[in-house]
Design a binder for this molecule. Structure first.
Ligand code: HEC
Length: 255
């Protein structure tokens, strides 16, 4: 179950049940159809759960990119006119090492997409969800695979005749230039601590947590009822609403 469906389920649990919610809000809204839920349930998880079936070649992707992405990102993903470049700053050596040399070499002017990212699932998810900027969620799965294949080729990660599919995404992720560049064992604020005139904590990890997965509750309820003394603390809200009559500028009966 994807995170979105989990959230929906949680909502249903919070309301008691979907049926109970309908009873309580008679005449308001309706239950979402399976198609409507499917249209929103598009997240691709880090373990690739949720990845749609599809495929496209670098060459197909190049055409789609030219039509739908190049205006903002440049024909080769190099433009910084709209946003930081998608391509640039990585080398074939980085693909081998899994660390982007330019990031350790000192401050960089920009960080391109492939200098930063360690997970291909998130790039797929982002493009599918948010791009093109002016028409988000308009791409078919094959089109997302295509533009991604083209970008991966521009970043020297896959060859020109490569075909990206749901079956080889994990293999390609294992080639990302910054795949070993993401760590958790550093503080959010590096640099000297306040006692020494800085703003940091010396780079010590802020949070170290081991997830406890023992003795878990069967059902999670995140919504305790409002404690009785507080329920009517402000009087009965229903009695505090008043009808305010016609709205200025809107002829009566117009809507
Ligand atoms: C109308 C301009 C526009 C078009 C067209 C467009 N993008 Fe973008 N793109 C942006 C902007 C602006 C951002 C930054 C958005 C933000 O951070 O909220 C962005 C961000 C991105 C990112 C994230 C980059 C990063 O380093 O985090 C990717 C990947 C991306 N676009 C891919 C695409 C692809 C693929 C297409 C074509 C299907 C496309 N974009 C079409 C404007 C555009």
């Amino acid at each position: 179950m994807s995170r979105y469906s989990e959230a929906l389920l949680l909502c249903a649990l919070l309301a008691g049940s979907a049926a109970a919610a309908e009873d309580r809000f008679q005449g308001i809204g309706r239950t979402a159809t399976p198609d409507e839920v499917r249209a929103l349930d598009i997240d691709v998880r880090a373990d690739f759960l949720g990845l749609p079936v599809g495929s496209a070649s670098v060459a197909e992707g190049k055409q789609i990119f030219a039509a739908k992405c190049a205006a903002c990102h440049g024909a080769a993903g190099e433009s910084d006119a709209m946003f930081t470049p998608l391509i640039g700053g990585t080398s074939a050596q980085d693909v081998k090492a899994g660390r982007v040399q330019a990031l350790s070499a000192g401050p960089t002017r920009v960080r391109s997409l492939f200098m930063k990212t360690a997970t291909l699932s998130s790039v797929f998810d982002y493009i599918q969800r948010a791009m093109p900027w002016t028409e988000p969620k308009s791409l078919q799965p094959d089109e997302v695979y295509g533009v991604l294949a083209y970008l991966l080729h521009l970043a020297q990660i896959v060859p020109a005749d490569f075909v990206l599919t749901q079956a080889n995404m994990a293999d390609v992720q294992a080639l990302l230039p910054n795949r070993h560049g993401m760590t958790n064992d550093h503080g959010l604020w590096p640099g000297a601590p306040a006692s020494q005139g800085g703003m940091g904590n010396g780079g010590t990890p802020d949070v170290q947590v081991e997830a406890c997965m023992r003795d878990c509750a069967d059902e999670v309820r995140l919504c305790p009822p409002v404690p009785p003394p507080m329920r009517q603390a402000q009087g009965n809200p229903a009695e505090q609403n008043r009808a305010f009559g016609a709205v200025r500028g809107t002829p009566l009966g117009a809507n």
